[in-house]
Design a binder for this molecule. Sequence first.
Ligand SMILES: C[S@@+](CC[C@H](N)C(=O)[O-])C[C@H]1O[C@@H](n2cnc3c(N)ncnc32)[C@H](O)[C@@H]1O
Length: 418
Amino acid sequence: MLGATIERGADHLETLRIVRPGFDLDTERRARAAAGRPDELRPVDFHPDARPCIDALRDMGLTVGAAGNTDAATERLLRDHLGLELVASSGGLGVAKPAPAFFAAIAELAGVEPGRIAYVGDRVDNDVEPALAAGMVAVHIRRGPWGHLHAEWPEAAAAHLRIDSLAELPAALSALPDERTTVRLNDDGFVHDQYASTAKLETRIAVWQPAAPGRSPQDVAIARLAACAPARLLEVGPGTGAFAERCRTQLRCEVVALDSSAEMVRATAARGITAIVGDVAGLPFAAGEFDCAVAAWMLYHVPDLDTAIAELARVLAPGGRLVAITNGDEHLRELYAAVGGTKLASSFSRENGAAQLARHFARVDRIDLEARAVFADRAAAAAYLATLGQEELAARLPDFSEPFVASGAPTVFVADRA
Ligand SMILES: C[S@@+](CC[C@H](N)C(=O)[O-])C[C@H]1O[C@@H](n2cnc3c(N)ncnc32)[C@H](O)[C@@H]1O
């Protein structure tokens, strides 16, 4: 009966009125209190995953709060037993969910832009929709009668995140792209601007110091490609074409390169490599044409990543090998720590790459390496950040008298087709 009431979007108290005509909540509450069993939330009512979730969110540096259509007694309980930094109730605020004023009040209390707040709730009508309207990150939790029934509503799909338990929340929030970090690496306009010429790419490549022999990502990639003895190799996103040229010389195979930037195609072709303009998400090649493929520091630029990976698998012969290179979340951590910022969100990283490749490849190996960047002076570090559109962060760079060293976190994925 409760389910039917929820589905109709009606007040759940209607159910009680059907069971007991004339039911009045306030009267019943008073009666319970008089009987010594007040209708109050108690610490035993907390879901067991609540406290570990709060601790994990705090470890991530987040401020954790709770707000709902409830009263001052519940506010007190949440403050006293969960030690929450921010607690609010409709009783205290004088306005209840789903009113926009309720969500505006939470943002004001938190003292941050609504976009910096993730709002978790079990109801689509009372939580997800008004949180989205307020500009917050909306998280729908499939818990309890509303959570389960509302999860089936088409509107639930609008939530930024959908979880089944609070235990999932810290990881799910970490995986969300940080909108503060301005452009995302796979934004079309950003990618176009990045590679209209080779200049930005060359500025970035210049800071990396040579690794010990055999330990650079390119050395590891060559060794893993050589093990396949390819006759025909495709490189997507070759940039200046340096690695494509190395493949041709060291692997003695035919190399075809494809890049979305006409300028990169020109630079690669100037090395005598067959190069064409194209998109990795729609490769103009027949199935099984290549023995090996290379995608070095480029998959995070592709908006439709799953299609791109499927395309790379398609153009490889059975047993063919893709070598994909990317960076980890910790890449250049010292540089970003120095400016108090974060690196651009990446859809294909050391941390999340293997799972994405495994959807289209039978076997995926991950080889984590180390790298060292040296910025000769403040201007060099500022120039690096500026190539990524992070001029704001560059302005926060301290002066340094010695060259500034930062560590890289490159990873080579080796993915084999069945
Ligand atoms: C960071 S650069 C890497 C260049 C080179 N692989 C290297 O390691 O120096 C990324 C390259 O991918 C290309 N690219 C970006 N999106 C692409 C797409 N959807 N299809 C093909 N190439 C793309 C860019 O034009 C650029 O040349």
